[in-house]
Structures are given as structure tokens and as C-alpha cells.
Design a binder for this molecule. Structure first.
Ligand code: ADP
Ligand code: MG
Length: 312
């Protein structure tokens, strides 16, 4: 016989003890309780994934559990916050214990690896919809913002290659690639750049995480900071799989426009570049003239947020 809602919460989503001292009370009461240390601010984010919209029906539940949390931790990373707790709102069509076991394994493994506590949530019946709220702490006034880039700052990205996740999606949709494994892993289970976000908050002037592609995400920094930028396409890091894909298809916009890489894109003033203590690549410069331009093979063009298909 299927377990009850309370049995389900007890079995899959309640841990014996809280790890993080910030968390005073976890699952089991009407609310969780947190106590933010003096001199810190709480950073909060929530993301929802809907079956058929954000993931394929029948997707691997363990990967789904990990990705759901990873995309939220990526938002905390982009603010330079240290994640401390999460809540989980689960809407499921039925109680399927195999699915729950696998989903909670993927989710809770990542909870554990970042020393977080799952401190509450909600469980309801309906079309499969997964929401996570992630909470982090950051020293007062030190959170990385989108609105604080300055003319002359250099633009960096983390990671080995942009567009990997986008290529992973194309492979899931039938594109044949010889180097499929790494890009599929990036698509299914991206690694949030939490430690990088914490390190760069000392010296970065602005930051965003790459959920929609750098053309679109960097444009948020530019608009909110009232500046422009030029991106150097030839400097954008590319994996072998994405390079091969571009050679074959000439779809060189993929690394700029494809989503879900969950790398960090951040800016650093020239005098602070020597402080950089993470692996990253410089891909452009902030300029006073509004708009996003890019340089490729020696030619500079305007890359409108709406209009980049124009160049494809
Ligand atoms: P209420 O009806 O007061 O909202 P619930 O029955 O929804 O209480 O939840 C009981 C407890 O279990 C609460 O502490 C809630 O935060 C927690 N909880 C419910 N669903 C989940 C879940 N999917 N993951 C973690 N905690 C959960
Ligand atoms: Mg409830």
C-alpha cells in the first residue's frame, strides 16, 4: 500500500539533525526557523521546474533532483552568497516510491555536498511540478549585483566552455556527436559555481549566472548598470564537442545564445584583475556606449538581445 503524505515527508525529506547552525528548526512544525548571524544578510531565491516545460516527461528523477537544486544554488553563487538552507515544494501526480527514492537521492546528495539543511517544504497532488527555495548568507553589503558594472571593467566567464548544455539538449533531440558524454552531463547535472561566487565577491564589480546564454544574461548586467560591452567571440571558451559542432553546422551563435550553462559571468575593474583566484576566461570589456557588440574574425557587430537570430 502506498504511504501517506506524512509518511512520505518523514521517509524521504526529513533528516535526523540540522547541520548548519543558522538553521534553528527544520521539517516538522508549521514553519522553519533561521537565525542570521550579525553582520550578514539573507539571500533568497526560488525556481520552479514543470514537467514538459523545463524537463522531458520521464526524465531521470535522480538527475532531476540534482539539477533542480543546482539551478537554485547557481543563483546564490551569482550573488556571492554561501548557501545554508533549502525548502522543497513538491507537486506529484501520484506516490511512486521508486521515483521519490531516486529524486530525493539526487536532491539530498547535493544538499549534503554543500552542507545545507532541507528545513521545510510542501507536498501536494497534481501535475509534476518541482519548486525549490534556496537561502544563503552573505556579509552585509558584499552581495554581487547586476547593477554595478563600470566602464573599463573586464568581463569574465567561469568554466571550460559555453554552449555545452545547449549542445547536450540538441543531442537529446537527436543531434549526433562523438563527444556526447561531457556535454550531456553538463545538460543533465550542471555544477553550480558556489565556491567561485564566494571567492570573487571580494573583487568582482558585478555578476550574473548564465541561465539563458551570455548574450541575454550579460545584457541584464549592461541594462541595469547603464553601460554597454564588446564580447570577443574568439576568446569565448569552447569544449571540443561545441567546436566540432560549430565546424559542422556553422551555428557559431550557440555558445552565446544557448541556455543552462550555469557558469558565472562577472566583471572586474582592471586594478583588481591580479586578485582573481579562480579558473576563468576574459571574454570582453565594458564600454560606456549602451548595447552589446561582439567581435568575431576581426569584425565588430551589434548583438541585440532580441535581434541576434538576425546573424544566424
Ligand atoms: P502545513 O499543513 O502546516 O503546511 P505540511 O503538512 O504541509 O504542514 O508540512 C508538514 C511539515 O513538513 C512542515 O514542516 C513542512 O515544512 C514539511 N514538508 C512538507 N513537505 C515537504 C517536502 N516535500 N520536503 C521537506 N519538508 C516538507
Ligand atoms: Mg503545507
Amino acid at each position: 500500500m502506498a504511504i501517506s503524505e506524512f509518511g512520505l515527508i518523514q521517509r524521504y525529506f526529513t533528516s535526523a539533525e540540522l547541520i548548519n547552525p543558522v538553521n534553528r528548526l527544520g521539517v516538522g512544525d508549521d514553519c522553519a526557523l533561521m537565525s542570521i548571524p550579525d553582520g550578514y544578510e539573507l539571500a533568497l531565491t526560488v525556481d520552479t521546474m514543470v514537467e514538459g516545460v523545463h524537463f522531458f516527461a520521464g526524465a531521470n528523477p535522480e538527475q532531476l533532483g540534482k539539477k533542480l537544486l543546482a539551478v537554485n544554488l547557481s543563483d546564490l553563487a551569482a550573488m556571492g552568497a554561501t548557501p545554508v538552507s533549502v525548502t522543497l515544494a513538491l507537486t506529484i501526480p501520484e506516490i511512486n516510491e521508486d521515483w521519490l527514492k531516486s529524486f530525493s537521492t539526487g536532491f539530498l546528495n547535493l544538499v549534503k555536498s554543500y552542507s545545507l539543511d532541507l528545513i521545510g517544504g510542501d507536498t501536494t497532488k497534481g501535475p509534476l511540478t518541482l519548486s525549490v527555495q534556496a537561502m544563503g548568507i552573505v556579509p552585509k553589503g558584499q552581495a554581487l549585483r547586476r547593477s554595478t558594472a563600470k566602464t573599463g571593467d573586464l568581463i569574465f566567464v567561469t568554466g571550460q566552455g559555453l554552449g555545452d548544455s545547449g549542445l547536450g539538449l540538441k543531442i537529446e533531440q537527436g543531434y549526433q556527436s562523438e563527444n556526447a558524454d561531457a556535454v550531456l552531463q553538463k545538460f543533465h547535472t550542471p555544477e553550480p559555481r558556489v565556491n567561485e561566487g564566494i571567492k570573487i565577491r571580494e573583487y568582482a564589480s558585478s555578476c550574473i549566472d548564465l541561465s539563458d546564454g551570455i548574450a541575454s544574461d550579460l545584457s541584464h548586467i549592461l541594462k541595469q548598470s547603464s553601460v554597454g560591452a564588446v564580447l570577443d567571440w574568439d576568446k569565448v571558451p569552447l569544449s571540443k564537442a561545441v567546436s566540432d559542432y560549430i565546424d559542422k553546422t556553422d551555428d557559431w551563435l550557440l555558445p552565446l545564445s544557448a541556455g543552462e550553462d550555469y557558469e558565472l559571468c562577472f566583471t572586474v575593474a582592471p586594478e583588481n584583475v591580479s586578485s582573481i583566484n579562480i579558473e576563468c576566461t576574459q571574454v570582453g570589456v565594458i564600454e560606456s556606449r549602451a548595447g552589446l557588440r561582439f567581435q568575431r574574425l576581426g569584425v565588430t557587430k551589434e548583438l541585440g538581445v532580441k535581434g541576434f537570430e538576425h546573424f544566424s
